[in-house]
Design a binder for this molecule. Structure first.
Ligand code: GDR
Length: 329
């Protein structure tokens, strides 16, 4: 059976990828940092087939030990400080985990892998690398212009992945994924923050939704679709980089309106308050990806569209919040 190691196993993508790889008969290992990670319980109960191993992207020797123990065919590096707003407050930590963590994992693969023991590597790169975009839509050749410590760290990780591929012949791919969401999305990210608040407002459990800038536009897809592209990248003859996106963009405001309308609330503006607290020192105004290369070479296409995605998330949050309130949704 093939085996895979996933860093960032407790995150949204880690969970979808673990399920997908398990369905493809992989042995799945998930790397967990620290002793008492509360989110490890979700993996233990919902995905008992995942073997959790202890390691930290800030500690090279721990990565070597994890690779020696798990002997993976594939490594998916999804671990990172992934919340852009937090990266402005903890820039050094972000550079260390999100940026240097990639270098450490590649070094570990170089040391433990080899001709007899090749390890394929996937790096979770991000559309945040395009930042103040140089062209629209963005593709694999669009120059980077990151706008946050998170974005700069991801650019470092991306270039390091390419460099290790070219310098040492590693099978290393960088997937430049645009925003991807799901019912498993953390509550700090804007889509889930909104769908959860909409459910609570509908149920009378909350009376306002406090947001930052409503004008940025994002290309939002479904995480369950995107993890399949990660896997497909590692199954090719030659390692390459790919943009993964839907090709459609919407403003935060449009997404908010859609979420409220999904529960029948038309006067949604009455519930919105804007606060400086949720504004960023530098913003990424517009992202929209061109995934033609992935379509052509990987045969990958998004299956869930934006409207279905938001409806799915609202429905999930209605069920969750109704259960908390002890009512039928
Ligand atoms: P993003 O996702 O920064 O694009 O990065 P996020 O959902 O946090 O923000 C999207 C846009 O919404 C605006 N916004 C708010 N954002 C949050 N979180 N909370 C608010 O209250 C709010 N109000 C407005 C933001 O300013 C921004 O413009 C995500 C992450 O998953 C990254 O890790 C990943 O690399 C990229 O997507 C692709």
């Amino acid at each position: 059976m093939p085996s895979a190691l996933i860093t960032g196993i407790t995150g949204q993508d880690g969970q979808y990828l673990a399920e997908f790889l398990h369905s493809m008969d992989y042995d799945v290992y998930g790397m967990i940092k620290g002793q008492q990670n509360p989110r490890a319980e979700i993996i233990k109960t919902e995905m008992p087939y995942v073997e959790l191993v202890s390691g930290d992207l800030q500690d090279l020797s721990s990565l070597i030990a994890v690779l020696e123990y798990t002997q993976p065919d594939e490594v998916y590096n999804l671990g990172a400080i992934s919340f852009v707003a937090l990266s402005f407050k903890q820039a050094e930590l972000t550079a260390n985990v999100t940026g240097l963590g990639v270098l450490r994992m590649l070094e570990a693969i170089k040391l433990v892998g080899g001709a007899d023991n090749p390890i394929r590597f996937y790096q979770a790169s991000s559309s945040e690398m395009f930042g103040k975009v140089r062209e629209t839509p963005q593709n694999e050749d669009t120059p980077f212009y990151p706008r946050s410590p998170y974005g700069t760290a991801k650019v470092f990780g991306h270039h390091t992945t390419v460099n290790y591929r070219e310098s040492y012949g590693l099978y290393a791919c960088s997937g430049i994924l645009f925003n991807h969401e799901s019912p498993r999305r953390g509550i700090e990210f804007v889509t889930r923050k909104v769908t959860n608040a909409v459910a609570r407002i509908k149920l009378g459990m909350q009376h306002e939704l406090v947001l930052g800038d409503l004008s940025p536009k994002r290309d939002w897809g479904y995480a369950g679709d995107y993890v399949k592209a990660m896997w497909a990248m590692l199954q090719q003859d030659e390692p390459q980089d790919f943009v993964i996106a839907t090709g459609r963009t919407h403003s935060v405001e449009t997404m908010v309106e859609l979420a409220f309308k999904a529960v029948g609330i038309d006067n949604w503006r009455d519930y919105i308050r804007q606060d400086e607290r949720f504004m960023r020192p530098a913003e990424v105004d517009l992202l929209v990806g061109d995934c033609s290369k992935a379509k052509e070479i990987l045969g990958w296409e998004p299956e869930v569209d934006f409207e279905q995605l938001i409806a799915m998330m609202v429905e999930n949050d209605m069920a969750l919040e109704s259960a908390k309130a002890g009512r039928q949704p």
